[in-house]
Design a binder for this molecule. Structure first.
Ligand code: M6R
Length: 580
């Protein structure tokens, strides 16, 4: 939810940490701060706002020192403000901390600390960590932090420094943290983009572990003090992959990367050897909509019953799980707290788990029994696009594998390239409709989850209210919303439910609703019931989701762009939702 970074070495830390903050900003952008050790002091500069704005006030790169930590925040406890920005000092200003996650028992801890005379300077849960560190410090910072974690409940990754020791102490339980191993310098980040141009050697810290990081050394131990082996890996993606390459926004770049993504995901080996009695798909947001498409596919092709569960609901139910079930977790980040909790619940019931995950070695990827990487590459835009495409491809491969067949769609990649060429028409339609405050999205069967995804894209980046319905549901209530003020995006390719969807469109037309149809090339009939039509290539019925998603993404993008929205960093959101 927040981004944290650290550096220790011989170079000036602040410019490196500032760059790391720019890369991690997608994780949260309410406030920003940095703490640097120099001349037996720790200096903190911080403020509310995005990295560029806070930097123009704080001039981070002017802070001298070769050891430091930094933070970009997505608020949970206490609004975005100077006082709630990380890092936090203890009363003596000798210790500083940055934290990502939630300390669930912070109120209780605050009360105990207050009784000891501690005065708090923020409304956050995080500040308790620094005061506890100060209280528990008896000469060894690592041992102080080891005592602190015994008091903490919740999810966290945090870094602590003090004013004299040439070391950074980090602790992890439930929130991501990765250490970059350099030569005579070491790095810390919430993900590898924080330091990927400096080193490709990384170590993912496991839950319930601590590390003492100096410029030449990293020592890892568990909470009880037992040393743990260093598991250093070499990653294979570079900085260029994480930059915009001339596109106005990461989201647009990522939409246009989809042909390549589909190709990479298609190459991934997928083999489901044991046929489960039932599949339960757990996921959140866009990943869950990919999961809904998966249900239609798996049931049709493999005849295995599928239940789709929103992970945040599933984790607090008492689902009747059986050992013959398979729980499939879908996640781009591999760090989504609710999806992770759903996986853990399944494992607790002895149910096998399969992860369809994008980020290699992420927490969910490491915890599931079997992982299939979706191969979308780094996705930076908060609105998920290419990750959805990769999830679809992978789910199709899973469905085909369960049916003992191979998914090898000739020309899928060139067809996706072709739909991207419709960008100018989508832009014209965006121009015509972007001032409308409400949109309706409809679709049937496999197209219904696409309607959900199209509406989610529009609302999250343009802040326009959008509702998605299975087209057949309209007459059970939502049709009351229809007027010429609320355009409907109708997903109506020439597939097995075409005629039924046309009838639903007619019902909207009869009530003065304006229709933007996404239909099959050559379909003349659709013109008579639509105000505007976007044509996608004719494909096998089963492949239409791949065709429909692209114009939906482009429509949301161009509407948001015309409205001047901050597309890659929409308000109130964060890329990776590592809290409940
Ligand atoms: O990293 P995950 O795939 O687990 O994330 C799930 C959702 O948080 C994510 O898809 C979210 O809905 C996106 N903002 C959608 O664009």
């Amino acid at each position: 939810m927040c981004g944290i970074a650290g550096y220790i070495g011989l170079r000036q830390a602040s410019p490196l940490l500032l760059e790391a903050l720019r890369r991690l900003e997608y994780r949260g952008y309410d406030s920003v701060g940095m703490a640097i050790q120099h001349d037996n002091c720790v200096e903190i500069r911080k403020g509310p706002g995005k990295v560029a704005a806070v930097d123009s006030e704080c001039h981070f790169a002017e802070m001298p020192g070769t050891l430091g930590i930094s933070h970009t925040r997505w608020s949970t406890h206490g609004g975005p403000s100077q006082r709630n920005a990380h890092p936090f000092f203890d009363a003596s200003k000798r210790f500083a901390v940055v934290h990502n996650g939630i300390i669930e028992n912070y109120l209780e801890l605050k009360e105990l600390l207050r009784r000891d005379g501690v005065v708090f300077s923020s409304d956050t849960d995080s500040e308790v960590i620094v005061h506890l560190t100060s209280q528990n410090f008896k000469g060894d910072l690592l041992e102080a932090v080891r005592s602190v974690v015994k008091h903490l409940q919740g999810a966290y990754a945090f870094c602590v420094i003090n004013n004299v020791d040439r070391e950074i102490i980090v602790a992890r339980n439930g929130s991501p943290l990765v250490i970059g191993i350099g030569q005579g310098e070491n790095f810390i980040g919430s993900d590898v983009s924080a330091f990927v141009e400096h080193t490709k050697k990384v170590m993912y810290l496991d839950d319930f572990s601590l590390a003492r990081i100096t410029k030449d050394n990293v020592q890892v131990s568990d909470f009880a003090g037992n040393p743990l082996p260093l598991q250093v890996k070499t990653i294979d993606w570079d900085l260029e992959q994480a930059q915009k390459q001339g596109y106005k926004h990461f989201m647009l770049k990522e939409i246009f990367e989809q042909p390549q993504v589909a190709q990479d995901s298609l190459k991934q080996a997928v083999s489901i050897t044991v046929r489960p009695a039932r599949i339960i798909i757990v996921a959140c947001g866009t990943a869950s909509y990919a999961g809904y498409v998966g249900k239609y596919l798996i049931e049709k092709l493999a005849d295995v019953p599928v239940i789709n569960e929103i992970a945040s609901e599933f984790r607090y139910q008492e689902p009747p799980l059986s050992k013959d079930d398979l729980v499939v977790a879908i996640s781009q980040s591999g760090e989504t707290a609710d999806t992770l909790a759903a996986v853990r619940l399944a494992k607790k019931h002895g149910v096998k788990t399969l992860g369809l995950i994008n980020v290699v070695d992420s927490t969910i990827a490491r915890e599931v029994d079997q992982v299939i990487y979706t191969r979308a590459g780094p996705e930076i835009g908060v609105a998920s696009t290419k990750a959805f495409m990769s999830q679809l491809v992978t789910l199709y491969k899973v469905a085909y594998s369960l049916a003992d067949r191979t998914f090898d769609p000739q020309q899928l990649v060139s067809l996706i390239t072709k739909v991207l060429e419709m960008q100018p028409q989508v832009k014209e339609i965006a121009q015509k409709y972007y001032h409308h405050p409400h949109f309706l999205y409809i679709g049937r069967n496999r197209n219904f989850p696409l309607a959900l995804e199209g509406a989610l894209k529009l609302k999250e980046i343009s802040y326009i209210h959008a509702e998605a319905y299975a087209a057949g549901e309209l007459k059970h209530g939502p049709i009351a919303l229809v007027s010429d003020e609320m355009p409907t995006v109708a997903l109506c390719p020439q597939d097995q439910v075409y005629a039924k969807t046309i009838s639903n469109i007619e019902e909207i037309k009869a009530r003065q609703g304006r229709i933007i149809s996404i239909a099959t090339e050559g379909d003349e009939r659709i013109k008579s019931v639509s105000d505007d039509v976007l044509y996608v290539p004719k494909v096998d019925d089963i492949l239409y989701p791949f065709m429909l998603v692209v114009p939906l993404q482009l429509l949301a993008y161009h509407i948001a762009d015309l409205k001047g929205c901050d597309i890659d960093k929409p308000r109130n959101l964060a890329k990776s939702v590592t809290v409940e």
